[in-house]
Design a protein around this ligand. Sequence first.
Ligand code: UDP
Ligand code: MN
Length: 271
Amino acid sequence: MAEAQAFVTLATTDAYSMGCIVVGKSLRRHETSRKLVVMVSPSVSRAARLALEDVFDEVVVVDVLDSRDKAHLTLLRRPELGVTFTKLHCWTLTQYSKCVFLDADTLVLCNVDELFEYEELSAAPDPGWPDCFNSGVFVFRPSLNTHNQILEHAAQYGSFDGGDQGVLNTFFSDWAVKDIRKHLPFVYNLTAGAVYTYLPAFQQYGHHAKIVHFLGGTKPWHLSYDPQAANESSFRHSSDNFEQFINLWWVEYYSKRHLDVKQDDKNEDHP
Ligand code: UDP
Ligand code: MN
């Protein structure tokens, strides 16, 4: 039985692969001891894949058209679930016993390896409807059996929000009430929206943030980066807005230091 554990992320476009670079680099910066895996669809360019290979232990190409069984085919007739379908592939990574999925639009702020102490399916509440979990950060156990069950479920019931979060919340439907140990603290999936809707809480607890999630239509890679502004001390010390995280995202994107520390390369670097 597989013992290895991994962080997993996903990109179906070159833009999202920029996000994956930051996910991977920020995990390495904080010295994770787990493997890093990125799933990419064939639409991701060769150049983007090569860049991902510098950061991740495994770049897994997930080709939706290769799928043959009934649930897959039924899903393929639901084009609105295309990206969702790709994300659900994370359950097929059975070379790992347990994984943590991170959306490509997340940024890791400290070592979060303790997430592997949680069981499937652990996730943080969604700020819009806290009885639903947000599927940007979740702990799961790869299993072909579970994968098929979720696909069957998706094919039959679709997704109430058009994405993976709807599918996963109706599949793991007892998350809200069954076991509080599967509720990740909100600091593992801190979203900008929550900062603006409950600013005092952000001011009180924001410095405990562990993973920031740039949920919504505007992603860091859509925004311009002004290194000058990022250096101004008033900006750096501002704790009442989310912009500091956008700048941190860009700093991580351009950082070079942690490119060469993939586990496998370590021994070669230090004979
Ligand atoms: N994703 C992708 N390509 C897309 C849309 C989404 O690869 O065109 C992946 C990516 O990993 C992304 C995740 O699916 O982080 C969920 O989408 P997104 O983060 O945009 O949704 P949100 O968190 O804003 O609801
Ligand atoms: Mn997201």
